[in-house]
Design a binder for this molecule. Structure first.
Ligand SMILES: Cc1ncc(COP(=O)(O)O)c(C=O)c1O
Length: 384
């Protein structure tokens, strides 16, 4: 079998950490009970696994375990938070604010609210992809109930000014929801200090399994109101019905535990790899452009454009590395990325962008090989 290319698409998904799989295995075999069966040991041991995991997730983000609600992923967590909080606040509050480079599941959730008659404001971002907290403050009215702003952008790695946004929301008594899928375990997030009231997480972006996520929702002190968007049994405190998968929960919990222990060192290593790659690539190809922010950036996500070269032609020449031109959910979209358009990239540049995602398994050697292959492909395409 031909050897597989080096994986450089860590924003799309991350490989399951083998240590996480080990923790999951018993729940796929002998500990098969329904965690909601209260009358026997099979149910109790499955439930115990779920509760350990809830505690591990809560520990990573420094909140109470009770405030963690399991979901099928961040798409569900975002839908649940945005629609569920907006429904609970309606009709007293009927205005929701977000921004234009959010993930589609946030943008489509607010669009659904708009179709139901709520008022929605989508804030613009500047050329680095940053929201202006003063502009946010100016848009808030008596009717505003919810602000949803992401932590780290999945396409360009821009880190939003969460502390400032949280301070604005707190001062105006507006619920602040944050899609932290690309941020948790990658950048420091202080839920209390940043006044985050609700936050979405995904298992498969932190070396855990796919098909599991969580919503942090403050329920212990000064609870955030939320109406469930799914109806069924009373699981997850009546907020998210359905039988939980103990294996997936245990996997996400273990992934969070490893992230808590190893995340800070990992971040330094990834940052060094990203910075060095960009320094060397940009000195060899001075016309290359790093999209997003230089200062407020997660360095494990490098979105780079090469003017005059279509990303799909470039990607088809890169045989030893696996990366993409942007969001995995939009790679079949013929149009250039809405995120790149939002930061003002003209169409030609937006079509010429690739995203390099660096992660836990990425080595110095892989990054050097990737740089050489990209430089050679760009040079060939330029001269053809
Ligand atoms: C910023 C962001 N939000 C939400 C999601 C959706 O996450 P999930 O795959 O867990 O539904 C993703 C996944 O790409 C993402 O990057």
């Amino acid at each position: 079998m031909a050897s597989r290319p080096a994986y450089l698409d860590y924003q799309a998904t991350t490989p399951l950490d083998p240590r996480v799989l080990e923790v999951m295995m018993p729940y796929l075999t002998e500990k098969f009970g329904n965690p909601h069966s209260v009358n026997h040991a099979f149910g109790w041991e499955a439930e115990a696994g779920v509760e350990v995991a809830r505690g591990q997730i809560a520990n990573l983000i420094n909140v109470e375990p009770r405030d963690i609600i399991f979901t099928s992923g961040a798409t569900e967590a975002n839908n649940m938070a945005i629609k569920g909080i907006a429904f609970a606040l309606h009709p007293r509050k009927s205005h929701v604010i977000t921004q234009e480079t959010e993930h589609k599941c946030v943008l489509e959730s607010v669009r659904a609210l708009e179709n139901m008659g709520l008022r929605v404001t989508i804030l613009p971002v500047d050329h680095e992809g940053l929201v202006d907290p003063e502009r946010l403050a100016a848009e808030i009215t008596e009717q505003t109930g919810l602000v949803s702003i992401m932590a780290v952008n999945n396409e360009i790695g821009t880190i939003q000014p969460l502390s400032e946004i949280g301070a604005v929301c707190k001062a105006r008594d507006v619920v602040f929801h944050c899609d932290a899928v690309q941020g948790v375990g990658r950048i420091p997030i202080d839920i209390q200090g940043m006044h985050i009231d609700a936050m979405s997480l995904s298992g498969h972006k932190i070396y855990g399994p796919k098909g599991i996520g969580a919503l942090y929702l403050r329920r212990t002190k000064n609870p955030v109101p939320l109406l469930p968007i799914l109806n069924g049994g009373g699981q997850e405190g009546g907020l998210r019905p359905g039988t939980l998968s103990p294996a997936l929960c245990a996997g996400m919990g273990a992934a969070c535990e490893f992230m808590l222990r190893e995340g800070p060192d990992e971040l330094l290593r990834i940052e060094a790899l990203g910075k060095r790659f960009w320094q060397e690539l940009s000195s060899d190809l001075p016309e290359a452009q790093l999209n997003g922010s230089l200062q407020s950036r997660y360095w494990g996500n490098l979105n780079i454009s090469f003017s005059g070269i279509k990303a799909d032609r470039l990607l088809s020449r890169l045989k030893t590395i696996a990366l993409s031109s942007g969001s995995a959910c939009a790679t079949d979209d013929a149009n250039a990325s809405y995120v790149l358009k939002a930061i003002g990239l003209e169409h030609g540049r937006a079509e010429a962008s690739i995203r390099i995602g660096i992660g836990r398994q990425t080595t110095v050697e892989e990054m050097s090989a990737a740089r050489e292959e990209i430089i050679s492909a760009v040079t060939t395409l330029r001269s053809s």
